[in-house]
Design a protein around this ligand. Structure first.
Ligand SMILES: Cc1cc2nc3c(=O)[nH]c(=O)nc-3n(C[C@H](O)[C@H](O)[C@H](O)COP(=O)(O)O)c2cc1C
Ligand code: SF4
Length: 568
C-alpha cells in the first residue's frame, strides 16, 4: 500500500491494489483503489525512470531521448493524479489523453474507415457521393445493383411503366403567385433552402447565389437578412424571421420602411415569413455577441458585439387572421410579389386554424413551405431536433390534405424541404403534395461540405459554416458555385427521367397513389393506405375523415388556441 500527500496539502490519497480493496472495513473504504494504469504509472515513475536517470551518463542518444520522455510522462502523470479535475485523468494518468485524442478524431475515423455506404447519418455515404459526383458532373451510375435493403420496413419506392415517356418541357418550372399577386414567379423544381449569412460564410453565400444565377433557380436568404453577398444576380427569396433582420426597428419590431426598401429590388422575387423550421421548431435562438461583427450588425440592423435574440414568436401578429393580414402587408410593400410562410407542422389544429382564417378572410398566401422535423440547422438543442414536429413527407401530406379539404389547394403552392439528395427524394415529396422542393444540406455538400458536423463551432473545415475570415475566405466561390449549379441541374434531370420511366409526362400528374411504402408485415402498400387522402372540400362537409375531424373541430380562425369541446 502506498500513501501520498496531495501537493495541495488538502487531501491524503491512499492507494491500494484492487484485490485488497474487498477486505476493507468501515473508514478504510476511503482508500482509493489503484487502477492498472496508476500502478503502471508509479512503477515507471518510481523504478524505471530513476534507473534511467542513474545510468544517464552511460546511455546513447536513444537512451537520453527515452529519459526525457519518461520525465515528461512523470510530470504529466503527477499533474493528472494530483491536480486534474477529470476523474478519467486521475484514474488513468497520461493514458486518458489517448482516449481524448481518439474521441476527438472519432468522427473522421468512423467516416473514413468504418462506416459503410449506407449507415452514416444524417446523410449516408451513398447519398453524399452521389451529390459530390453530380456536383462535379462525373459519372453518377452505380455498378452491380443496389446496396440498400429494399425489403426493410418504411422503404419508399415507386412503380415504373411499360409505356415510358418524357416530361413535357413546359411543365418543368412552376408559376408561384395567386390572384392578389402582381408579380408571379416562375420557379425551378429544386432550389436553395434558407441558410443565413451568419450561419454560412460570405463566400458560401456568394457561391450559392452565383449558382442560382447560373442554373436559374432561387436562393432563400434565411432569416439572417439580405446581405451584399447575396447580390450576385441569382433570384432571391427573402426570408423574414421573428428577429426581422434587415427590416426591424431598434426595439425589434417589424419596420415597413426598411422592408420595402429591399423588397422592391428586382433581385428579390418572393418573400417568406418564417414561422418555424424543422430542426428547432418554435425555438428562437441567439446569435452570440462574438459573431455579431460590424458587418452582420449592419445587415441585420442590430447593435454590433451584443447578443442578438430571435424570439420564438412573431411580434407582427398573434392570431391566424393576423398572420394573413401580415401576408397582405408584405405583398403590398413588395409591390405585389408572392408572399408565403414556412413552418414545420406541429399541433395540427393550429395549421387548420390558418386554413379557417383563409376561408374567413379570403386572404391566401401564395405558397407554404413545409419543413420536415428531420431538417438541418447551424445549431439547435438536441431535444428539439430529435423530438418535435412532423417529418417532411407527413407534414407535406397534411398541409396538402388541409388545402384540398378546404378547396384552397389551387390557390397556394406547396414547397417541401427535408433531406433531398436525389431525384427520387423530389418525387416522393411531390407525390404527397409538394409542387417544388428546397434543399439546404445537399447544396452544402455540393459546396464541399464533408458532414463533419461542427457547424456550431465556427471551425468549419471547409469554410462554409463559419465567420472565421481565414476559414471562410478559403472557399473558392468562383469554382464552387459551378458545382452547386451542376448538382441542382443533374438532380432535377434525374427527377424528370424517373417520372418519364413511370410513364408521367407532367409533374402535376403525380399523387400519393404513385408512392409505395413497405409495411411491417413485409407487404408493399400504397402511401394512401397509410395516410388518408382527403376529398375536395371534405373538411367543409359533415363526413370528415376520422384522422382529421378532431383537429378540425378544435381549430378557429381567430386564435391559435384549441377550442374547448362544448359542455352540456
Ligand atoms: C446551416 C443551416 C442554416 C439554416 N438556416 C435556416 C434559416 O435561417 N431559416 C430557415 O427557415 N431554415 C434554415 N435552415 C433549415 C433549412 O432551410 C432546411 O429547411 C432544412 O435544413 C431541411 O432541408 P435539408 O434537409 O435539405 O437540409 C438552415 C439549415 C442549415 C443546414
Ligand atoms: S463541413 Fe462540417 S462544419 Fe462545415 S458545413 Fe459541413 S458539416 Fe458543417
Amino acid at each position: 500500500m502506498l500513501t501520498l500527500l496531495d501537493l495541495t496539502g488538502v487531501k491524503k490519497y491512499n492507494f491500494i491494489s484492487v484485490d485488497l480493496a474487498d477486505n476493507l472495513q468501515g473508514d478504510e473504504k476511503d482508500f482509493i483503489v489503484m487502477t492498472l494504469m496508476q500502478k503502471t504509472f508509479w512503477f515507471i515513475t518510481l523504478i524505471i525512470f530513476p534507473l534511467f536517470v542513474y545510468f544517464y551518463p552511460d546511455l546513447n542518444r536513444w537512451g537520453h531521448f527515452v529519459t526525457y520522455l519518461l520525465a515528461i510522462y512523470a510530470v504529466v502523470g503527477l499533474h493528472d493524479i494530483f491536480f486534474s479535475k477529470h476523474t478519467l485523468n486521475r484514474l488513468y494518468p497520461v493514458a486518458a489523453y489517448i482516449r481524448y485524442g481518439l474521441e476527438f478524431i472519432r468522427p473522421e475515423i468512423h467516416q473514413y474507415f468504418i462506416a459503410s455506404n449506407t449507415d452514416e447519418l444524417p446523410f449516408n455515404r451513398e447519398q453524399r457521393s452521389l451529390v459530390y459526383r453530380r456536383a462535379k458532373s462525373l459519372d453518377d451510375t452505380q455498378p452491380f445493383g443496389t446496396e440498400m435493403n429494399i425489403n426493410q420496413e418504411g422503404w419508399y419506392s415507386a412503380m415504373h411503366s411499360m409505356a415510358a415517356t418524357t416530361v413535357k418541357e413546359d411543365t418543368k418550372r412552376i408559376l408561384i403567385g395567386g390572384s392578389e399577386c402582381k408579380k408571379p414567379y416562375s420557379a425551378a423544381r429544386l432550389n436553395i433552402s434558407a441558410m443565413s449569412f451568419g450561419a454560412l460564410s460570405a463566400h458560401a453565400i456568394m457561391a450559392l447565389n452565383m449558382a442560382a444565377k447560373m442554373g436559374n433557380f432561387y436562393h432563400n436568404t434565411g432569416e439572417g437578412g439580405y446581405s451584399p453577398h447575396h447580390k450576385q444576380g441569382g433570384d432571391i427569396v427573402w426570408q423574414i424571421g421573428t428577429g426581422y433582420f434587415g427590416c426591424r426597428t431598434k426595439d425589434g419590431n417589424f419596420d415597413p420602411e426598411s422592408f420595402q426598401a429591399s423588397a422592391i429590388l428586382e433581385q428579390v422575387k418572393m418573400i417568406e415569413i418564417k414561422i418555424s423550421q424543422g430542426a428547432k421548431p418554435s425555438h428562437g435562438g441567439v446569435l452570440p455577441a462574438a459573431k455579431v461583427t460590424e458587418e452582420i450588425a449592419r445587415i441585420r440592423l442590430v447593435e454590433a458585439h451584443k447578443d442578438v435574440i430571435s424570439p420564438p414568436n412573431h411580434k407582427a401578429y398573434s392570431t391566424p387572421e393576423g398572420l394573413l393580414e401580415f401576408v397582405v402587408q408584405l405583398r403590398e410593400l413588395s409591390s405585389g410579389k408572392p408572399v408565403g410562410f414556412k413552418l414545420c407542422i406541429g399541433l395540427k389544429h393550429e395549421f387548420m386554424a390558418i386554413c379557417k382564417a383563409m376561408l374567413k378572410t379570403k386572404i391566401y398566401p401564395d405558397f407554404i413551405t413545409v419543413d420536415g422535423a428531420e431538417g438541418g440547422t447551424g445549431a439547435a438543442p438536441v431535444e428539439y431536433s430529435n423530438r418535435l414536429g412532423l417529418p417532411c413527407i407527413e407534414g407535406i401530406n397534411f398541409v396538402h390534405n388541409c388545402l384540398v379539404g378546404t378547396g384552397l389547394r389551387d390557390k397556394i403552392k406547396i414547397i417541401g424541404s427535408g433531406k433531398t439528395a436525389t431525384g427520387f427524394a423530389i418525387i416522393e415529396k411531390m407525390a404527397v403534395g409538394a409542387d417544388l422542393v428546397n434543399a439546404a444540406r445537399t447544396m452544402m455538400f455540393s459546396l464541399g461540405c464533408i458532414q463533419s458536423q461542427s457547424c456550431n463551432t465556427n471551425k468549419c473545415p471547409t469554410g462554409i459554416a463559419t465567420q472565421d475570415p481565414k476559414r471562410g475566405g478559403s472557399l473558392d466561390y468562383q469554382r464552387r458555385h459551378k458545382h452547386v449549379a451542376n448538382f441542382q441541374q443533374h438532380t432535377v434531370q434525374s427527377m424528370f427521367d424517373l417520372l418519364g420511366a413511370m410513364g408521367v409526362d407532367d409533374p402535376e400528374k403525380i399523387s400519393a397513389h404513385i408512392l409505395w411504402r413497405r409495411d411491417d408485415d413485409g407487404n408493399n402498400k400504397r402511401f394512401d393506405e397509410f395516410f388518408p387522402q382527403l376529398k375536395p372540400l371534405e373538411l367543409l362537409g359533415d363526413n370528415i375523415h376520422k384522422d382529421y375531424v378532431h383537429y378540425w373541430n378544435k381549430a378557429s380562425a381567430e386564435t391559435f388556441k384549441a377550442k374547448q369541446p362544448a359542455t352540456a
